[in-house]
Design a protein around this ligand. Structure first.
Ligand code: 5RP
Length: 223
C-alpha cells in the first residue's frame, strides 16, 4: 500500500467518529484533505464544519460542506486532523503544513481529538520532525536565540525565498535536533516566551484516539 492509500484508509475510518447532526472540527494537510473528501459523502448528515486553515475552508466549501466561524460554535464532539509525529501517549508534533495555531484553537473547543495518520508518524520520542513554532514577525530573532540556547537548531521557514507567512500573518521557526522527552513541559515553556503565538506540540491536550494506517489495516490507539 502506498502512503496515500494508508492516509485514505484512516480518513475513511474516521467517518465512524462523526456525530450525526453536529458540527465537526477539521484539520489541515494531506491526510485531512482525504478526510474532507470522505466527509463530503455524508455532508447531509452534519450541520457543517469548523476549519483550521483557509486551505481547509476552501476544500470544505468546494465539496458543498458549510463552513462555520468558530465564534459561533460553543462546542464540538470531535476534531479530526493529521500529525507530523505522534508518540505512544498521544502527544503530537503538528504544523508541518503551517496551520498549528488554528489547529490548536479548533481542537481546544472539541471534546475529542481524533488523529489520523499513516504508520510512519508513530514514534517513541518526538523530535525527529522539526518542531514548528509560530511567532510574531518582530520576535523571530529573539525566539531563534531562545531555541538555540536550549540546544535546538532553529531555521526560519521560507517560501519563494521570503519568510513563510501563516494564515495569521506570522512566521514559523522550525526547531530541529530536539529530542522531546517531556512534551508537556516543553510545550508550556515555549508557549510562555514573548512573541510565541503557539508551538506545534500538542501534548497538554493531545490526541484522544489515533487511527493509524498500517499494511495490516487501520489500528486504533486510545489515550
Ligand atoms: C498541518 C499539520 C498536519 O496535520 C501535519 O503536517 C500532517 O500533514 P500530512 O497529513 O500532510 O502528513 O499539522 O499544520
Amino acid at each position: 500500500m502506498t502512503q496515500d492509500e494508508l492516509k485514505q484508509a484512516v480518513a475513511r475510518a474516521a467517518l465512524d467518529y462523526v456525530v450525526e447532526g453536529e458540527i465537526i472540527g477539521v484539520g489541515t494537510g494531506s491526510t485531512a484533505n482525504f478526510f474532507i473528501d470522505e466527509l463530503s459523502r455524508i455532508r447531509d448528515r452534519i450541520q457543517g464544519a469548523v476549519a483550521s486553515s483557509e486551505a481547509t475552508a476552501a476544500r470544505l466549501r468546494s465539496h458543498g460542506i458549510p463552513v462555520l466561524d468558530l465564534n459561533q460554535v460553543e462546542r464540538m464532539s470531535v476534531y479530526v486532523d493529521g500529525a507530523d509525529e505522534i508518540n505512544h501517549q498521544g502527544a503530537m508534533i503538528k504544523g508541518g503544513g503551517g496551520a498549528l495555531t488554528r489547529e490548536k484553537i479548533v481542537a481546544s473547543v472539541a471534546d475529542r481529538f481524533v488523529c489520523i495518520a499513516d504508520g510512519s508518524k508513530l514514534v517513541d520520542v518526538l523530535g525527529k520532525f522539526a518542531l514548528p513554532v509560530e511567532v510574531i514577525p518582530m520576535a523571530v530573532a529573539a525566539v531563534t536565540r531562545q531555541l538555540s540556547s536550549m540546544g535546538a537548531a532553529p531555521v526560519l521557514r521560507l517560501k519563494d525565498g521570503k519568510p513563510y507567512l501563516t494564515d495569521n500573518a506570522c512566521c514559523i521557526i522550525d526547531a530541529m535536533d530536539l529530542e522531546i522527552r517531556d512534551p508537556v513541559a516543553l510545550e508550556q515553556v515555549i508557549n510562555a516566551w514573548p512573541g510565541v503565538v503557539s508551538v506545534g506540540l500538542f501534548a497538554v491536550k493531545g490526541a484522544n484516539v489515533c487511527l493509524l494506517g498500517t499494511v495490516d489495516g487501520v489500528k486504533t490507539m486510545k489515550f
